[in-house]
Write a protein that binds this ligand. Sequence first.
Ligand SMILES: C[S@@+](CC[C@H](N)C(=O)[O-])C[C@H]1O[C@@H](n2cnc3c(N)ncnc32)[C@H](O)[C@@H]1O
Length: 249
Amino acid sequence: MSPGSLFDPLADAYDQARPSYPDQLFVDLEMLAGRPVAGARVVDVGAGTGIATRAMLARGAQVLPVEPGPVMLDHLRRHNPGLPVVRGDGEALPLRSAAVDLVSYAQAWHWMRVPVAAAEAARVLRPGGSLAVWWNDVDADEFHWYQRQQDRLEAMSPGYTRDYRNRPFAEELRWTGLFTEVVTVTCRWFREIDVDLYETWLRSKSFVAAIGDRLDDFLAAERRSLLRSFPDGRVIEPFRTMLVVARVP
Ligand SMILES: C[S@@+](CC[C@H](N)C(=O)[O-])C[C@H]1O[C@@H](n2cnc3c(N)ncnc32)[C@H](O)[C@@H]1O
């Protein structure tokens, strides 16, 4: 199964429970890209159900979502009827060269082969434009409930390791030689959600789905563990959002 279609069975859960992105991310993005999001021509690659697409539309950008998964794309279309969308792959963008101000990958860049996707982004960016890649990472290492969850995932999800996204993303972009500046910033925030929505969020993760036959056992253990830490059923979940912006000459 290609990564594009990997998310399609998860699209409902994804749509209901994935967090959006904090305002500070867009403040940082504007500073590093050297231009406002408002009015920017953006191609949002790996757009999924459109969480980042909508955040940028709300800030006045002109956004073209690109997404390989047809079910994810259907959700996006339902949220944003009439918005032109493209079923496509970040490694072969169906766009002319020097066409956009910003190429964004929200929670999606780790699926890409960096040299190929970076070259495509650099090709479609106008001079001085930016590739922006970002992730919401749970920032709860010091909490018992999160450590136990990660222990369970490493035991039950084939190939999963808690540091799977600890890659030198900025260095990888610098090594391509395509960008004049590559800068990383992080910001911290949290959300409070009830335990049922938290379970839906777990279900939306590809490495949780990969647990397969033992998924119900995993989710039951999670619920018991969460209710010990959050007896009122309201889970407080801290995030660290990491943004890497790479500008072309
Ligand atoms: C975790 S989701 C992120 C969705 C959305 N950007 C968001 O902020 O919620 C990752 C998305 O990347 C997409 N993806 C995977 N491989 C891709 C590729 N080669 N080109 C473009 N998108 C890809 C998946 O289909 C999925 O929708």
